[in-house]
Design a protein around this ligand. Sequence first.
Ligand SMILES: Cc1cc2nc3c(=O)[nH]c(=O)nc-3n(C[C@H](O)[C@H](O)[C@H](O)COP(=O)(O)O)c2cc1C
Length: 338
Amino acid sequence: VSPADWEAAARQRLEPPAWAYYAGGAGDEVTLADNVAGWRRWALRPRVLVDVSRVDPATTLLGRPRPHPVLVAPMAFQVGAHPSGEIGLARAAGAAGAAYCLSTSASTAPRDLAEAVPDVTRWFQLYIRGGIEGALRTLTEVGELGYEAVLLTVDFPVVGWRDRERTHPWDPDPALTTVAAGGAPLAALDWRDLETLVAGSPVPLLVKGVLDARDARLAVDCGAAGVVVSNHGGRQLDTVLATADVLQEIAAEVAGAVDVLVDGGVRRGTDVVVALALGARAVLVGRPCLWGLAVGGQDGARAVLEQLLAETEAALALLGVPRAADVGADHVARTAWR
Ligand SMILES: Cc1cc2nc3c(=O)[nH]c(=O)nc-3n(C[C@H](O)[C@H](O)[C@H](O)COP(=O)(O)O)c2cc1C
């Protein structure tokens, strides 16, 4: 029933190394836990006697209408959670009306996913490995394959220090990881490269992994179509701020110019509503989708997403805001209890 139930059921089904890879974070996992806690440091402030007989979670993203503000976050090696992998999760996303973002490190190539699941709104997540020239070719390819946007992940110049993965090294079937093989991340990537990538991208390019309003401004100045406020789900630098704690200042800086998205610890419909109130246009959901996939393949992932969306609609009704687009800063307050 609850997100914690799905997580517990997934844990039972996954081997310890896969569980460590999916569930774990960096260091002492301070940020991993704080991402979840962060949303709960905000309290909702409902209004009453508002006609909520019709709730509309619709939004627009990159200028296009979306049925609701939830996307599936890019995550590597989904075949390790369930044999249907990226294809199963992308189909679940499509059924739930969520856009699906394919990782560079996926077990399914961009073309194979596009052919298997042509009708879901597909985004692509880009890691720069090797050099910029190869990345530009990838951008062209995914644009031709109908991926509507690219998230350039910038919080991965080196791999985070993850104890759980060192305790339970995961050595999945090489067939699962061939797509990801491509060497180490390009640690030298900088703002000038971002300008080059934006100029060479046939689709809108958003910068994923921003935690500081100054970096959000720089991204906009380089031509990015948006920013994703993210700390990589607590997997990279431990002890950084929870995304719920930095979202508002980043949205204040750039939400007038570009779309601001957020991820990290979004588990409940109330978390989605808090994110909207703090200035996000949409949220990406990571691990809960993997738990659904591990438990029930495509149907499990779809159930997790539909549950989150039903909760979001209920939260909007109970908040007295029938349209998601009307959620604003006066619908939240810092809690007194944390
Ligand atoms: C198992 C796993 C693999 C991930 N792989 C990627 C990846 O390949 N590229 C990327 O940009 N982010 C990756 N992420 C980060 C997610 O896109 C997202 O930022 C994060 O999971 C959101 O937090 P949540 O899991 O608490 O919802 C990964 C996260 C997990 C849990």
